[in-house]
Design a binder for this molecule. Structure first.
Ligand code: SF4
Ligand code: SF4
Length: 418
């Protein structure tokens, strides 16, 4: 078996580690403004510009290369909610990879514990998107894995990577710019959590997520990192935060550098992000050369509520323990009985019965009665613009409080009562 990428990566990373805490050569980071995140042509044009600023796709992909593209499809919420990668970015990256003779493959596995991955892919329309674009799509949790050693690993000495990660020639990472309840930010380094097995992800959240992120980045090199800040997320990310229409793309070939610049854009001191601080110490502190305009972009992102971290730690601990004892996670339970998470709710006084939401809901969870009525047993809380934001009468709102009617409509309770 030839593990082209893993063996290549190990030697490159070891070489990098010899720099340790001393400064490394300046790595360019391209910062580009996007006028309208909803305008696909505009997004694609600026993706091209962002990559050209750092040497172009020809400096990354050569003829015959297998190129794995790793987006962030964290949950069933489209790009304009700040949760997932803009599909227009993936389209342009795919086009460029092909222009230089590479074979693009899209690979991801969602992280949201309360959502079935197939629902996530369905709501986001990923399989249809991949088919239309002629790209192979891989659910990374279901692919074969190979074990690789982590050079100078602290939390991980070995990792089970999807074979495609180990064997591809190039890895292109398309993370979303978000705040994160556990790690303060979720950017390029954090995007690699999506490639390790779910059981390891849960364990890492309980033990030391930041060190785990650094260890993964020691063994897996991302050749191009293009961060989607078209619509970013602040507050209680990565799922329950608020969208920030930022209109920014950040591209580079050194993930620590790219994440540092993103933090500066988000108004967050990189030294206060634990995994970045660990990366400075264990991988090296980058010299930054920004290509593009930073003035006017910087914003002060709302950081996550510390109480939310406490709540999520309990859920991960419960999953970790139940997986050990029962072989499966249990933290989905409070979501399935609607104790946690935000739900859409129709304002009966505002609904004009136009019927738009019935057609737009990806899982057909809305029916027309005297007004539009949401079936909470079916709703997957995609919280997309389709339902909440697209109602012409502004009649659908996000509600986080548990309501008895919603509790009794939950799948668990209805099955117990029937
Ligand atoms: S889109 Fe809004 S106004 Fe139209 S049926 Fe749905 S809730 Fe009512
Ligand atoms: S009802 Fe709204 S939030 Fe629920 S699945 Fe349908 S579109 Fe998404």
């Amino acid at each position: 078996m030839i593990i082209r990428r893993a063996s290549l990566v190990a030697s490159e990373v070891c070489r990098d580690l010899t720099f340790n805490t001393t400064s490394r050569p300046a790595c360019p980071v391209s910062v580009v403004r996007v006028r309208d995140p909803e305008d696909k042509e505009d997004v694609m044009r600026h993706v091209k510009e962002a990559i050209e600023n750092i040497g172009g796709m020809g400096s990354i992909v050569k003829n015959g290369d297998i190129v794995l593209i790793k987006p962030n499809f964290a949950g069933p919420r489209p790009s304009n909610t700040g949760t997932t990668t803009n599909l227009a970015m993936i389209k342009e990256v795919t086009n460029e990879v092909r222009d230089f003779g590479g074979k693009p493959i899209l690979g991801e596995y969602p992280a949201a514990r309360d959502h079935d991955p197939d629902i996530v892919f369905k709501v986001l329309g990923i399989r249809e998107f991949a088919k239309k674009a002629g790209i192979e799509f891989l659910d990374l949790e279901k692919t074969e894995r190979v074990t690789v050693e982590v050079p100078k690993g602290v939390l991980f000495k070995k990792l089970k990577l999807p074979r495609i990660v180990a064997e591809s020639d190039v890895l292109i990472s398309l993370p979303k710019m978000k705040t994160h309840t556990f790690t303060k930010v979720s950017l390029g380094m954090k995007n690699l959590m999506g490639i390790i097995p779910m059981v390891e992800r849960t364990r890492t959240h309980v033990y030391d997520l930041d060190q785990g992120i650094v260890d993964i980045n020691k063994v897996v090199k991302q050749d191009l990192i293009l961060v989607d800040g078209t619509v970013a997320m602040e507050g209680n990310g990565p799922f329950e935060g608020d969208p920030v229409k930022l209109g920014v793309l950040v591209a580079g070939k050194d993930v620590v550098t790219v994440d540092t610049v993103c933090c500066q854009i988000m108004g967050i001191d990189p030294e206060t992000v634990k995994h970045l601080k660990l990366a400075f110490e264990q991988i090296g502190r980058p010299e930054i050369e920004v290509i593009g305009e930073m003035t006017g972009i910087r914003k002060s992102f709302t950081i996550p509520d510390p109480l939310r971290k406490g709540r999520n730690t309990i859920l991960f601990l419960a999953d970790h323990t139940s997986t050990k004892i029962l072989g499966k996670p249990v933290s989905i339970l409070p979501y399935s009985v609607r104790l946690l998470g935000r739900l859409p709710e129709v304002d009966v006084k505002k609904c004009t019965r136009c019927g738009l939401c019935l057609d737009l809901c990806p899982v057909k969870a809305i029916a027309m009665e005297s007004v539009a009525k949401i079936n909470y047993a079916k709703c997957v809380r995609c919280m997309c613009q389709l339902c909440v934001e697209s109602c012409p009468a502004n009649a659908i709102k996000k509600k986080s409080r548990l309501r008895l009617s919603q509790l009794f409509a939950s799948p668990l309770i209805t099955s117990l009562l029937s």
